[in-house]
Design a protein around this ligand. Structure first.
Ligand code: NAD
Ligand SMILES: O=C(O)C(=O)C[C@@H](O)[C@H](O)[C@H](O)COP(=O)(O)O
Ligand code: ZN
Length: 370
């Protein structure tokens, strides 16, 4: 029993089917097998991790499971965004096949968003679908990628281009794992936390303005509040629109620009959260040019990302290069790009058409000079 644990639920009811699941947040949860056991239909699991996270946390999880009579096979993948691809996915399939994993073998993603996205997609497709569990170990994964069932891999031409919506059975976010997370990765996670405030909750944004220094310094209470509130907002949005027919697209604030940056720089050169930070500044600048927000709000947004130590200037490329990458965005409809814009801090909307001239001015304003 963990007194400090908090649980947020993702409510997913469709017809007779209930695919709702809990997100448990707290300290020391990795070894707390009572959170995991009710979700395992078989006494065998496959833990997918990478060469960085495995040596840190695999033994703890394996031993805890063994104590409950659960046998685990372990699949350790190379680390990095540049490995979020078909080749690495195939390593998972090969290990599952070689070990004769069955329809009731649960895949456990132990790692950051890359491991979560890869494992979730493997779970969605292996034997046409096996159960899966998320044990996120980065801030970004705890506040965003482990929740909501977007799974997939990158393609050389575009981010997350191949994937599936496939929900986990449970998310277990052990905040102790963040103790070993490098500062740069922590800051990248904060970008998605700020996003929630911007799209949905001005009070949370104001709390972040006041508490950013504590958050960056890893104050446990501040981290706990940030993770919980982020999960609440994401859970609410996913429950309302699981497959991104409407409101879920707001979670994409900054991502049309951000994904273009990640791709143009080469996957892994800019972290996802860093690219999202610069992308949100670009979306905010675009919103200002469209007279949706004013200069004061834009400045507040710049300042909070600066406080978090995140980039607020985009890398320099030809505007045409940005355009051609942004045209691969999943929100494109009938060839027309659509953007998530801010009406004010705490409220976002999907754009209709944005004039090319305004988009070009936005890109030029937001790019570094060199
Ligand atoms: N599915 C979604 O809804 C969703 C949402 C946001 C982001 N994403 C995806 O998530 C990915 C980014 O996730 P990320 O930021 O977690 O990156 P990541 O998975 O690459 O992890 C970042 C780095 O931290 C290391 N690491 C992980 N946990 C650690 C720990 N506890 N201690 C020390 N090192 C640790 C990893 O090995 C890696 O080197 C991107 O591919 C992005 O597209 C998906
Ligand atoms: O969960 C969502 O929906 C999101 O958009 C969350 C984003 O932070 C995340 O980066 C997501 O993977 C982007 O999805 P994509 O469909 O634009 O690739
Ligand atoms: Zn993201």
């Amino acid at each position: 029993m963990n007194n400090s644990m908090q649980t947020v639920r993702v409510e997913l009811h469709s017809g007779d089917e209930d695919r709702s699941y809990p997100i448990h947040i707290g300290k020391g949860l990795l070894a707390q097998t009572d959170l995991l056991l009710p979700h395992l239909p078989q006494k065998r699991v496959a833990i997918v991790t990478n060469t960085t996270v495995g040596p840190l946390y695999l033994a703890l999880l394996r031993t805890a499971l063994e104590g409950q009579g659960i046998a685990s096979i372990e699949i350790t993948l190379p680390d990095g965004e540049d490995h979020k691809n078909g080749q690495t996915l195939n390593l998972i399939y090969e290990a599952l096949l070689a070990q004769r994993c069955e329809r009731k073998t649960t895949l456990i993603a132990l790692g950051g968003g890359v491991i979560g996205d890869l494992t979730g997609f493997a779970a969605a497709t292996y034997l046409r679908g096996v159960p899966f569990v998320q044990i996120p170990t980065t801030l970004l994964a705890q506040v965003d990628s482990s929740v909501g069932g977007k799974t997939g891999i990158n393609h050389p031409l575009g981010k997350n281009m191949i994937g599936a919506f496939y929900q986990p059975r449970v998310v277990i976010a052990d905040s102790d794992t963040l103790n070993t997370l490098p500062d740069r990765e922590l800051r990248a996670g904060i970008a998605e936390v700020i996003k929630y405030g911007l799209i949905r909750d001005v009070q949370f944004f104001e709390w972040l303005e006041l508490n950013m220094i504590r958050l960056v310094a890893r104050d446990p209470d501040a981290l706990n509040t940030a993770i919980r509130r982020s999960c609440e907002i994401k859970a609410e949005i996913v429950a309302a629109d699981e497959r991104e027919g409407g409101v879920r697209s707001l979670l994409n604030l900054g991502h049309t620009f951000g994904h273009a940056i990640e791709n143009a720089m080469g996957y892994g050169v800019w972290l996802h959260g860093e690219a999202v930070a610069a992308g949100i500044i670009m979306a905010a600048e675009l919103s200002r040019r469209l007279k949706l927000i004013n200069e004061y709000d834009l400045e507040r947004i710049r300042r909070i990302f600066q406080l978090a130590g995140l980039p607020i200037v985009a890398p320099k490329f030809l505007s045409e290069d940005y355009f051609s990458l942004m045209k691969l965005d999943k929100k494109v409809e009938e060839g027309r790009m659509r953007f998530i814009l801010l009406n004010k801090i705490g409220k976002a909307m999907m754009s209709h058409e944005v004039p090319t001239s305004i988009l070009t001015e936005t890109l030029v304003t937001c790019m570094a000079n060199e």
